[in-house]
Write a new protein. Structure first.
Length: 404
C-alpha cells in the first residue's frame, strides 16, 4: 500500500503516528504552565499507561502504530543531515550565547540518535550542561531553568502536520513555543526512507498559522477547516489554492469558530463517526458562518462564497446523505460543556461507526451507543489534562478509501 493515504475521517485506519508522553511532562512546573500551553501537570507514569492502552486498542484492531521519535531518528541517515538537524534545532531554540550553543551541540551529538531526539523533546535543563562547563552570567541570572523549552504538547501528534490524500500539510504553529514540533515533521517527510520527498501543501515557513486539529478530510474532494484561535484565514486561502492545484480537492469549507481555548480546534467541537453521523458540541448545532472555497476562474485563484447555515445542512449537501448530528453531552448544556471540555467530542474513528473515546464522558458515550456507534473506551485521567482526546493524540498516515 502507499506510504500515505488519507481521503476521509472514517476509512479503516491502517497506519497511525503517535508520540508516547516522555520526560517533557516531568519538566512542567506551575510557574511555566501558561508559557507551555498547559492548564495542569499530568502524572507521567499514569499518562504513559493510558497512552499504552490507546496503542493496544489500535493494534488490536489491526492498526500499525508508528512513533514520532523513532521516525525522526530514522530520518537522520547521514552525518550531514544529522549535523543540519542539530543546527536547525539550536537555531530555532533562539539561543544567543556562542558558548552555550557549542556546549549544547557537543552534548546532543554525544548521544545516540534516538536519545538525542528524546532529549530535544523533553527540554534540556541548565543542570544538564553545567557539569560540562560553568554557566554563563546570563544563564545564572535568568530564573528560567531550561536551556531549551520542553515540548509537552507533542503527544498531540495531530497538530504539527496533517496528511491529506497522499501529501502533507506541514504547519506553522500558532504559538512560538510549539514551532519546533513541526521541525520533526520536516525531516521525516524530506529524508525518512519510507516517507521522503512527500509533496507539501503547506510549509512551516509560511507567515500564517494553521494546525492539524482544525483540518477534517470529509472525502476525496472536500475538506473542512476551522477558522479558530490557532488557524488563520490567510493560511486557509494558501492551502486551498495548493490543494486545488495538486489534488482532487474541489471544495474547502472554512468554518468560523469562537476564538477561545475551550474551542481551540475544530475537532474539539466536531468529529465524524460514520458515513452520515457526526458528534458536535451543542453550541454548533445552529447556523454558523461557513465559507465555501472553490477554484476560481483564473489560474491559482479561488472563489469564496459565504453561507449562514447549519453544519448539518451543509454536510448533508456535500456528502449527499442526510446527516445526523449527535450533541456531545446530550441536551443538557451543563453536561455538554463539561464533557466537551474533557474531549467528549474528540473521537478517533478507526473504521466507519467504530470510534475510540475517553471513557470519562459517560453521557456522550451512551448516546453514541444508542445511535449504533461501536464505542472503544480508554482511560484518560492524566492524558485529558493536556486538553486533547483520541483524535488529537493521533495522526493517521493511512486509511483505506471508503470505496474499498
Amino acid at each position: 500500500m502507499r506510504a500515505l493515504n488519507v481521503t476521509s475521517e472514517i476509512g479503516r485506519l491502517k497506519r497511525v503516528l503517535l508520540h508516547r508522553p516522555g520526560f517533557e511532562l516531568e519538566h512542567l512546573t506551575p510557574k511555566w504552565l501558561n508559557q507551555l500551553l498547559f492548564d495542569d501537570i499530568p502524572w507521567l507514569k499514569k499518562a504513559q499507561q493510558e497512552h499504552d492502552e490507546f496503542k493496544h486498542i489500535l493494534e488490536a484492531h489491526g492498526v500499525e502504530v508508528l512513533y514520532l521519535e523513532n521516525l525522526v531518528a530514522e530520518s537522520l541517515i547521514t552525518k550531514k543531515i544529522l549535523d543540519q538537524f542539530v543546527k536547525d534545532f539550536i537555531e530555532e531554540s533562539n539561543l544567543k550565547n556562542e558558548h552555550t550553543i557549542k556546549r549544547l551541540r557537543d552534548y546532543l551529538l554525544s548521544l545516540d540518535k534516538l536519545s538525542m531526539v528524546k532529549e530535544m523533546m523533553a527540554g534540556i535543563p541548565k543542570t544538564r550542561l553545567s557539569g560540562v562547563r560553568t554557566l554563563s552570567l546570563k544563564e545564572r541570572i535568568e530564573e528560567y531553568p531550561f536551556i531549551t523549552d520542553s515540548m509537552p504538547n507533542l503527544y498531540f501528534t495531530r497538530d504539527p502536520f496533517s496528511i491529506i490524500g497522499h501529501g502533507v500539510s506541514l504547519h506553522k504553529m500558532h504559538a512560538n513555543v510549539r514551532n519546533r514540533e513541526s521541525l520533526f515533521g520536516e525531516y521525516i517527510f524530506k529524508y525518512h526512507p519510507a516517507f521522503k520527498d512527500t509533496v507539501k501543501f503547506y510549509d512551516r515557513d509560511e507567515t500564517s498559522s494553521i494546525e492539524g486539529g482544525d483540518i477534517l478530510v470529509l472525502n476525496k474532494e472536500t475538506i473542512a477547516i476551522g477558522i479558530s484561535e490557532r488557524t488563520d484565514p490567510d493560511a486557509i486561502e494558501v492551502i486551498s489554492k495548493r490543494l486545488f492545484k495538486e489534488t482532487d480537492i474541489k471544495l474547502v469549507l472554512a468554518i468560523d469558530m469562537p476564538k477561545k481555548r475551550a474551542f481551540m480546534h475544530l475537532d474539539t467541537i466536531l468529529t465524524q463517526l460514520d458515513y452520515n453521523k457526526f458528534l458536535v458540541h451543542h453550541a454548533f448545532l445552529g447556523k454558523k458562518d461557513i465559507f465555501m472555497i472553490t477554484p476560481g476562474s483564473k489560474k491559482d485563484s479561488i472563489r469564496i462564497e459565504k453561507r449562514n447555515e447549519t453544519l448539518k445542512r451543509v454536510f448533508s449537501r456535500v456528502l449527499k446523505s442526510p446527516i445526523t448530528m449527535i450533541p456531545c453531552g446530550g441536551d443538557d448544556t451543563i453536561a455538554s460543556d463539561r464533557e466537551q471540555w474533557n474531549d467528549g467530542a474528540n473521537t478517533l474513528a478507526i473504521a466507519p461507526g467504530v470510534v475510540i473515546v475517553y471513557e470519562r464522558n459517560t453521557i456522550t458515550n451512551k448516546l453514541l451507543t444508542e445511535h449504533g456507534i461501536k464505542v472503544l473506551p480508554m482511560t484518560s485521567s492524566e492524558l485529558s489534562r493536556g486538553r486533547g482526546g483520541p483524535r488529537c493524540m493521533s495522526m493517521p498516515f493511512y486509511r483505506e478509501d471508503l470505496d474499498q
